[in-house]
Design a protein around this ligand. Structure first.
Ligand code: GDP
Ligand code: MN
Ligand code: MN
Length: 252
C-alpha cells in the first residue's frame, strides 16, 4: 500500500468568518476521497472562538484553582466555562468539555493566536464543523472528501504530545478487526483501531506546532471514505472507564 501526504502551502492567517473550504479550494486541487486534515486552531479562528482574558468573569472557584496550579484565574475560568465535568483540578485541569471530549484545559490554546490577552477555545461542536467543511468542499469541488479536525493532545502514561481527532466527517472513527483472523487463524477479540487518531497523529507531524503556517494536510490514497461521521464512538462510556473513576475519586 502506498499513500501520499502533503501540506497545503500559502494558507493565510485565518479570521472569524473565513470560509476554509473556499480558501483550500484556491490553494490545491482535491481528488475524490482525499482525507483533508485540518488543525482545530484554524477551525476555531474561522468560527470566531477567540476570547479576551479581559472579558472573563472570574469566580471564587477559579481563583482557588488558579492559586493552587499557579495559573491565571481568568484562564482557569475560561476552562471552567467550557467544561461539564472536572476530572482533575490539580496539578492541572483535566475536564470533559460540553462536546464530550476529555482534555487538559478544555483544549484552550495561547499559541498561534494573535494578541497577548487572547485565547482560543476549541470549536463548539467539532463534528458539526467537520460536516460543514466537508459539504462546503463538495459545493466548490464536486469531490467527496473525508474531513478530520485535529488538536495536539498530551496523553496519560507517556511523555510527549500527538495529534488527536476531535471532529470528523466522511470517515469512520475506528476500524473494527474483531471477528477477523490473525496470521495463525486465531479470531481477534479486542482490536478496535482508532484510525482517525492515527491519521491525526501522522498529519500533525507535517503540520508542526510552531510557525510553519501549515494547518491543512491532505492524505491521498487511503481509501477510507465512508458516508458517516462522529468522533463520539471513541469516547469511552463513564461506567467502563476505570481511569476516569479513579481520577474522580482522587478529587473527591
Ligand atoms: P493545534 O494543534 O490545532 O492546536 O494547532 P497549532 O497551534 O499546533 O498549529 C498547527 C499548525 O497550524 C502550525 O503549522 C501553525 O503554524 C499553523 N497555524 C495556526 N494558525 C494558523 C493560521 O491562522 N494560518 C496559517 N496559515 N497557519 C496557522
Ligand atoms: Mn490546540
Ligand atoms: Mn498542534
Amino acid at each position: 500500500m502506498s499513500v501520499t501526504a502533503f501540506t497545503v502551502e500559502n494558507i493565510p492567517l485565518i479570521k472569524a468568518g473565513d470560509d476554509l473550504a473556499r480558501i483550500l479550494n484556491g490553494k490545491t486541487e482535491l481528488k475524490e476521497h482525499d482525507i483533508v486534515v485540518i488543525s482545530s486552531t484554524i477551525v476555531s479562528k474561522s468560527e470566531g472562538r477567540i476570547v479576551s482574558l479581559d472579558n472573563v468573569n472570574v469566580t471564587e472557584k477559579a481563583k482557588t484553582i488558579a492559586k493552587r496550579n499557579d495559573n491565571d484565574p481568568r484562564f482557569v475560568q475560561a476552562v471552567l466555562d467550557e467544561s461539564e465535568e472536572i476530572l482533575l483540578e490539580s496539578p492541572f485541569l483535566l475536564v470533559r468539555t460540553r462536546n464530550g471530549s476529555i482534555c487538559v484545559n478544555a483544549g484552550i490554546d495561547h499559541s498561534n493566536v494573535e494578541g497577548e490577552k487572547n485565547i482560543l477555545l476549541l470549536p463548539d461542536d467539532p463534528d458539526k464543523s467537520a460536516r460543514q467543511i466537508k459539504e462546503s468542499i463538495f459545493k466548490y469541488t464536486s469531490k467527496k472528501v473525508s474531513v478530520v479536525i485535529t488538536d495536539t493532545n498530551g496523553r496519560a502514561f507517556r511523555i510527549g504530545q500527538t495529534g488527536a481527532a476531535i471532529g470528523i466527517a466522511g470517515i469512520k472513527a475506528s476500524r473494527d478487526w474483531r471477528g477477523t483472523k490473525d496470521l495463525f487463524g486465531r479470531v481477534l477479540e479486542v482490536k478496535n483501531e482508532a484510525v482517525v487518531d492515527e491519521i491525526a497523529g501522522f498529519a500533525n507531524i507535517l503540520m508542526g506546532e510552531g510557525n510553519g503556517g501549515t494547518p491543512i494536510v491532505i492524505i491521498r490514497g487511503m481509501g477510507m471514505y465512508h458516508e458517516s461521521y462522529g468522533i463520539r464512538e471513541l469516547f469511552r462510556p463513564e461506567k467502563e472507564d476505570v481511569i476516569r473513576r479513579a481520577l474522580k475519586s482522587l478529587s473527591a
